[in-house]
Design a protein around this ligand. Structure first.
Ligand SMILES: Cc1ncc(COP(=O)(O)O)c(C=O)c1O
Length: 418
């Protein structure tokens, strides 16, 4: 029998190929690749998390208390940091990290335009000015050379974003920070479990912010963490996360003598609850297993899509351990008749949820107007922005789910090829 190979070089079973007529797309009335919708970024929660939440609910203490403290201890231990402070989100973590460093009016904070709004919104909320530095197209991480070019005498902090779970070039970034006397706050929303030269993200920069949002590598539904080596910063963040009070409710309850809680500085309401920490404690204990599973799904995609005329896979730098938070492909739009949004829409109809990470921030109406940016200012981020598509990647996916994604992507790209 003659072996049939598709454009990807993969063997194609003739019967399956016959079913892929050009008018076969679900978006055009054909049958979808799979019956059940594959949710993009679904969490994986087990009975341990549920039992712990019930235990907390029954304990009589559901606010910030012993379980938050335990989660913090375990998290600090896991990443190898001296301090971990749990908060209500990564947005809160970034806000508090920058506040603690005294970022305010007149300061500039350098970050990537290829990030979620939270990274940049908190800079604006502190009265400072975000300054974008373009990314390296292949890794989608901030380019150290662009950082260097963006530094002025107003620059106070650099915020690298470990995009998709791949650490940034931290040696270069810390070198720049040291030379210019700047602080580094890492946005590690994607990077729980990632390593750089054998060291976990969370123990590299001055302050690191993590996210436990439902689609992240571990979840507390909403939640975040700041890690640092500095006890002064950790203490200040602990105070600022709860109105700037000298002690929290658990501290007062747990004390044998009357403790008055005094406002030492006006803080925020960013504390994590024991119910959330109940999830976090067990999610954290599964993180290595989750990461291995994510890597396995990523390998299925790697094998299926390398090489392909229709899409490019992101590069991985050497000396790192990827957290495999996102599997991002870049569509080769020159080989397709449609844009990325049409491809994502067609995959949706095939019952495959995808994500777009991200539309570069300087192209959003607020930042375009407020910072006076135009298309062309950050060409690498813009290029990625137009082509990027994130395929489902979760610890709960079965091999067959990944194979369905591969089939749907092939079906859609074949249909739309030039
Ligand atoms: C890169 C990045 N930074 C920050 C955040 C904000 O995280 P959270 O939703 O926990 O506030 C996200 C969330 O998706 C993110 O992807």
């Amino acid at each position: 029998m003659v072996e049939v190979r598709d454009e990807y070089g993969a063997a194609v079973a003739p019967s399956r190929d016959e079913s892929l007529h050009l008018d076969d797309l679900a978006i055009e009335g054909g049958s979808p690749t799979r019956e059940q919708f594959l949710v993009f970024g679904a969490p994986l929660l087990g009975p341990e998390e549920i039992d712990e939440v019930v235990d907390t609910l029954r304990s009589g203490w559901i606010g910030t208390g012993p379980k938050v403290m335990e989660f913090e201890r375990r998290f600090a231990d896991y990443v190898g940091a001296s301090h971990a402070v749990a908060v209500s989100s990564c947005t809160a973590a970034l806000h508090l990290a920058l506040s603690t460093l005294g970022v305010g009016a007149g300061d500039e904070v350098i970050t990537s335009p290829l990030t979620f709004a939270a990274t940049v919104n908190v800079i604006v909320q502190l009265g400072a000015t975000p300054v974008f530095a373009d990314i390296v197209r292949e890794t989608m991480n901030i380019d150290p050379e662009s950082i260097e070019r963006a530094i002025t005498r107003r620059t106070k902090v650099i915020v690298p974003v470990h995009f998709a779970g791949q650490p940034c070039q931290m040696d270069e970034i810390m070198g720049i920070a040291n030379r210019h006397d700047l602080d580094v706050v890492e946005d590690a929303a994607h990077a729980v479990g990632a390593m750089y030269h054998g060291q976990k993200v969370g123990s590299l920069g001055h302050l690191t912010a993590f996210s436990f949002y439902p689609n992240k590598n571990i979840t507390t539904i909403e939640g975040g963490m700041v890690t640092t080596e500095s006890s002064t910063w950790a203490e200040r963040i602990r105070r600022l996360r709860l109105h700037g009070l000298s002690s929290d409710a658990w501290g007062r309850y747990n004390s044998s003598k009357l403790t008055l809680s005094m406002v030492e500085e006006p803080g925020y309401k960013y504390n994590m609850t024991d119910v959330q920490a109940s999830l976090g404690i067990h999610q954290l204990s599964k993180i290595e297993r989750f990461r291995r599973r994510r890597r396995k799904i990523a390998e299925i995609y790697d094998r299926a899509f390398r090489p392909s005329p229709y899409l490019m896979l992101p590069s991985v730098i050497s000396g790192i351990r990827h957290a495999h938070h996102l599997y991002v492909v870049h569509l080769n739009l020159d080989t397709l008749k449609v844009d990325r949004d049409r491809v994502a829409g067609a995959l949706l109809a095939e019952n495959i949820g995808t994500g777009i990470h991200y539309i570069a921030l300087h192209l959003h109406p607020f930042y375009r107007e407020w910072l006076g940016h135009r298309r062309g200012d950050f060409p690498n981020a813009e290029d990625v922005s137009a082509r990027t598509l994130s395929l489902p990647l979760t610890a709960g996916m079965h091999d067959q789910d990944a194979k369905d994604v591969v089939s749907a992507v092939r079906k859609v790209l074949r249909h739309f090829r030039r």
